[in-house]
Design a protein around this ligand. Structure first.
Ligand SMILES: [Cu+2]
Length: 148
């Protein structure tokens, strides 16, 4: 429970640091990963909103959360907290050509938070890239609706 509280504090501090000068709606979504499925099949956000996506792997297997193509205002910021308390901050990572637009690694027991601002309305498939998992049903759709 204390770890959860710390995680919330870290997330809030991170959001404060990323604050934009103009007002931007923030949409928080949490998706749980199990063996072998996601607990959400659709995620909806309006173009221009800041999506704070928390990925929690409750299973015993490695999973991830991938979107191949997704136009965003800036490269997605991914922050991972592992069971041991170690943290990985993937901010300011350049997108490597051929790599997916969004890749959130999710080893068992990890909690990751991705912050991103989708810019183009559309339907974008998300899936687990571990061999066989997408075929087993680990996939869904991020729906980006028209912004204000
Ligand atoms: Cu998986």
């Amino acid at each position: 429970m204390r770890k959860r509280a710390l995680f919330v504090l870290v997330t809030l501090a991170m959001l404060a640091a990323c604050q934009e000068p103009e007002p931007q709606d923030v949409v928080g979504v949490t998706i749980h990963l199990n063996d072998i499925h996601y607990d959400l099949e659709t995620i909806e956000v309006a173009a221009g909103d800041l999506l704070v996506l928390t990925v929690i792997n409750q299973g015993a297997l490695d999973h991830d959360f991938v979107i191949d193509e997704l136009p965003t205002k800036d490269p997605p910021h991914v922050h991972t907290m592992e069971e041991a308390g170690t943290e990985h901050d993937h901010s300011n990572m350049e997108r490597i050509p051929g790599e997916p637009a969004l890749h959130i690694g999710a080893a068992p027991g990890t909690i990751s938070t991705a912050t991103l601002t989708p810019t183009e309305p559309g339907r974008y498939s998300f899936y687990c890239s571990v061999a066989g998992h997408r075929e087993a049903g680990m996939e869904g759709v991020l729906i980006v609706t028209e912004g204000d």
